[in-house]
Design a protein around this ligand. Structure first.
Ligand code: SAM
Length: 280
């Protein structure tokens, strides 16, 4: 195959080998070298597709050093492909330093489209997909996790998290505490695999199902959270919200909500509820 000399970014299946594209196989066969997160893990995938290209390890601990060596391969006219253990490289996976170094060095970087757990799960979640924010993994320490969620609490976009099965219960619990038990979430587990499951509902309901059923605490998980929104009858003009925030600097929330409601002719309860939701 005639290939432009480049670093190729090649997604691989997230569970179902049928999702390997013919172009991915062609590129992996055609390059001189494949950089893998784990050469043993990827060796199985490559041999399944009859690809015998040389591999080299590129992971979080050696990426910067390896990047220079890979640029030297490109300079010698050798194309290189980057794969990760599963899905799209660089998406909660190594590759960022390599890609930026290859670009800075003036070589082509050619991406192939393909499997990515976040996008695949989002597409079937039923949550708004016009705007979303991919947040990777939540911190494992409780305080850091709560702080991160607090910072995202009023984000109107759908939030996408990767989660490990042994932390899912903790993360859902922190979500109930920080975002409120009625926030809509979708937990996508084992996407593209035999036990693919989507649990949808209020975060308190999903937490209950997960706590009750140990099978829900197995496998790989994408957790998606509906963005912050007020219901139609609670929608508030920005000027009223701004007044409420200012008044809250001097007054208790109840009093501030009553005054702001009078000034702007909006419902006192809606302002009060908003204040509680955002922690004024
Ligand atoms: N680069 C990968 C991608 O494009 O999706 C993600 C790599 S990240 C290290 C691995 C995490 O992705 C898992 O812990 C899980 O949260 C999510 N994930 C990967 N495969 C999945 C699947 N089949 N179903 C649900 N989540 C998955």
């Amino acid at each position: 195959m005639d290939q432009t000399v480049a670093l190729y970014i090649v997604p691989t299946p997230i569970g179902n080998l049928g999702d390997m594209s013919s172009r991915a196989i062609e590129v992996l066969q055609g390059v001189s070298l494949i950089a893998c997160e784990d050469t043993r893990h990827s060796g199985k995938l490559l041999s399944h597709f009859g690809i015998d290209t040389r591999t080299t390890a590129l992971h979080d601990h050696n990426e910067r050093a390896r990047a220079q060596w890979i640029v030297e391969q490109l300079a010698a006219g050798q194309s290189v492909a980057l794969i990760s253990d599963a899905g799209t490289p660089l998406i909660s996976d190594p590759g960022y330093h390599l890609v930026s170094h290859v670009r800075e060095s003036g070589f082509n970087v050619i991406p192939l489209p393909g499997p990515c757990a976040a996008i695949t799960a989002l597409s079937a979640s039923g949550l708004p997909s016009d705007r979303f924010s991919f947040e990777g993994f939540l911190p494992s320490k409780e305080k850091a996790r709560a702080d991160k969620l607090l910072a995202l609490k009023e984000d109107p976009r759908t939030l996408i998290f990767y989660e490990s099965p042994h932390r899912i219960e903790h993360s859902l619990t922190t979500m109930v505490e920080v975002l409120g038990g009625d926030r809509q979430v979708v937990m996508a587990r084992e996407v593209t695999k035999t036990f693919e499951t989507f649990l949808c509902g209020q975060v308190s309901e999903v937490l209950e199902k997960v706590s009750r059923d140990p099978n829900q605490q197995k496998g790989e998980i994408v957790l998606m959270v509906h963005g912050f929104h007020l219901s139609d009858d609670e929608a508030l003009p920005t000027v009223a919200i701004n007044s409420l925030k200012l008044l809250c600097e001097e007054l208790p929330l109840k009093k501030a909500a009553a005054l702001a409601a009078q000034i702007h002719g909006v419902k006192k309860n809606a302002l009060y509820k908003y204040g509680l939701e955002v922690g004024l």
